[in-house]
Design a protein around this ligand. Sequence first.
Ligand code: BG6
Length: 496
Amino acid sequence: ENESTVSITVVGASGDLAKKKIFPALFALYYEGCLPEHFTICGYARSKMTDAELRNMVSRTLTCRIDKRQVWPFLLLNCDEKMEQFLNRCFYHSGQYDSEKNFSDLDKKLKQHEGGRVCNRLFYLSIPPNIFIDAVKCASMSASSGNGWTRVIVEKPFGRDSESSAALTKSLKQYLAEDQIFRIDHYLGKELVENLSVLRFSNLIFEPLWSRQYIRNVQLIFSEDFGTEGRGGYFDNYGIIRDIMQNHLLQILALFAMETPVSLDAEDIRNEKVKVLRSMRPLQLEDVVVGQYKSHTKGGVTYPAYTDDKTVPKDSLTPTFAAAALFINNARWDGVPFLMKAGKALHTKSAEIRVQFRHVPGNLYNRNFGTDLDRATNELVIRVQPDEAIYLKINNKVPGLGMRLDRSNLNLHYAARYSKEIPDAYERLLLDAIEGERRLFIRSDELDAAWSLFTPLLKELEEKKIIPEYYPYGSRGPVGAHYLAARYKVRWGDIS
Ligand code: BG6
C-alpha cells in the first residue's frame, strides 16, 4: 500500500464548488489522517496561476476541525502545521478543458510526483455541463497507466431530462466504464441521510412502523433563505425541480422507503433504491405547484426578485419553488403521500424529513385534543440541517393534578450528544471515491429512473408555459403548497 499513490485532480479548480467544498474537504481528510501517505493534489483550470497562487487561494478556504471541548493552543498550532504540509502537496496546472495536449502535459507532471509508484488517479470534474464530455475524454487520456485505478467524480446536472441524460451517459461510457464513474449527490454524504438506514434497520422500534399501516404521510422539505444570487445563469436553465427534487430529495425518499437490502454492499443498496424509484408513477401537472420569488421590502431593505438577477431573462418562468406529491405503488407504501417541498428565498434555511403517523384508533384521550386529531399524532422529524437532530413528537401528560396533555419531543440533538463537529458531505464522498466505495454514488439505472419520474412533468411545465405562483422573498412560499397538501389531507409539519 505504501508504494501506491493517489493523484487527485480538481478540474475547475478556481470555481465556486472547488473553493467552497472540494479543497476544504480534502484538507479535512488530510487533517484527520484519512488520505494515503503518498498523495498529490492538482488544481486544473484555464486561468494562469502559479503553484504559490493556487496555494494562497486554497489556504483562504481552509479551516481546522477541532473537538469543541478541547480547544487547546497546541491543537491550533498543530493545525497550522498541517495546513502548511497539505498546501505543499497542492499544485496547479493551467489548461483548456478540451485540450488533449494540456491534459497530456498534466499526465507528465503527475508522473513526476508519482515517482514511479503504482498510481491511482481521481479526477473531480467541477465544470459546467457543456464542456463535460470533452473534459472526460481528455481526462481519460491522462488515466493511470499501469496497475492503478482511474476514477472520475461528476457533479450534476446530469442532463436536463431523460433524453439528454441518456446521451450524456452514453458519451461518458465511450471513455469510462460504469465502475469508474462516481456520480455525486452530496445529500447522500450528509450525516443524517447516512444515518437513515441505521435508524431504520438497527432499531427494533422503527422498522415495524415503517409502512402504510402506521405512516400517514412523509414530507421532504428543503428551504434556503437566499435566492439564486450569482448562479442565475445556471439555475435558469434548470429550475428547482431539477436542482433539488429530482436528485437530493428523491435520493432521500428512495433511502427512506427502500426494502431491507441484502447487505450493506453498494450494489445491494442501489438495487433496492432503484426498485423504489421504478415503483413510482411519473409526476403529472396536477401533482405539483410551482412558484417564483418576487421582490420584497422588509425593515427598509429591498430583497430582489428572481428576475432581477442580471443573468436571468426578465420573462423567465423558471420555478424557484416547487411542491409535489409522489406515490410509491408497492405493498409497503400504497396510498401514502410523499410530499416534497423545495424553495429558494424562503424565510429559513433547513432540510428535514417529517414522518407523520396515523391517528391512534379509539384514542381514550381524543377529547383532550378537541377536533384537531392531527395535533395528537406522533411525528418523527429528522432534521438534516442545520443543527442536526432526530426527534419524536409524543403526547404527554402535563404534570399536575389535572389531566391535560401536550406534545413533547424525545430529542436526539446532535450538538448536545456529540462534541465532534459533523464532517461535511464532500469529505465522506471524496473518501469513499478514493476507497472505491460506491454505496453513496448514483448508478446509471437509478439516474434513468429518477429522470423518468420527472421528465414528462418538466416538459409539460415548459411546453404549456405554466406561470409560477409568485411569493415574496423571505416568505414561507406560495399558498398553493398548502392546497396541494390539503388535497391529500396533509398539513405541512414545518408550518403548523
Ligand atoms: C446544490 C444546488 O446541489 O445544493 C444548490 O445546486 C443548493 O442550488 C445546494 O444551494 C444546497 O446544498 P447544501 O448542502 O448547502 O444544503
